[in-house]
Design a protein around this ligand. Structure first.
Ligand code: HEM
Ligand code: HEM
Length: 145
């Protein structure tokens, strides 16, 4: 994100119909939206593969967070005349950051005083906020709201 801000790298160029920045966020968001429930169901179905699936969950979501962060960096560094009205997108980025933070807290038991069920409950709770807000953000970004 810093490299983007300092213009060392730039993802505003077009790839087909969209800017690279937009492809990143589309891929990152679609991945999180579909992979998270698929992996959760697979864990129930194949309990012996739990650890491998958890690794895919952690690394896949971190990669998606990287792509989403590049879109976020692109948005908040737009020139003043085209600056967006920060709202649902900013909210989404805060939720994504909290998801990663609570994911790490849960995975590595960073705050052992908090019970495991509580840590997981908070992490999953933010996932619901993500689903609600992404729908509103897309409708808003495309001008339907
Ligand atoms: C977690 C994922 C996402 C994050 C963190 C995010 C973040 C942001 C931010 C911060 C803005 C500036 C305006 C605002 O705050 O609302 C924005 C604008 C925008 N986003 Fe996203 N976004 C995400 C996903 C998406 C997706 C999947 C799409 C594709 C449909 C999208 C399309 C847009 C568009 C078209 C705008 C421009 C709106 C304008 O110019 O007013 N975003 N996004
Ligand atoms: C950024 C997007 C993320 C979303 C939307 C998300 C969502 C979820 C959901 C819905 C669950 C419960 C279902 C399941 O067990 O699979 C879960 C569990 C879990 N997540 Fe995440 N997560 C994200 C990122 C992360 C990250 C970055 C980490 C770790 C660094 C992480 C660590 C965990 C752990 C340890 C569990 C508990 C597994 C278990 O005890 O069964 N998550 N996550």
């Amino acid at each position: 994100m810093i490299a983007n801000k300092l213009r060392w790298i730039h993802f505003g160029f077009f790839v087909g119909p969209f800017r690279a920045n937009h492809w990143f966020v589309l891929i990152g968001t679609l991945y999180v939206a579909f992979a998270v429930p698929i992996i959760a169901m697979s864990k129930q179905r194949y309990p012996s593969k739990f650890l491998a699936l958890l690794r895919v969950h952690v690394f896949g979501n971190l990669l998606a967070f990287l792509l989403i962060s590049l879109h976020f960096a692109g948005q908040i560094t737009r020139p003043a005349e085209f600056y967006p009205q920060l709202g649902t997108g900013l909210g989404l980025y805060i939720i994504m950051t909290l998801l990663v933070a609570t994911g790490f807290t849960h995975r590595f038991q960073l705050i052992p005083r908090i019970k495991s069920q509580t840590r997981k409950f908070v992490h999953v709770g933010f996932t619901f906020s993500f689903y609600i807000l992404i729908g509103i953000h897309i409708l808003h970004g495309l001008g339907f709201l």
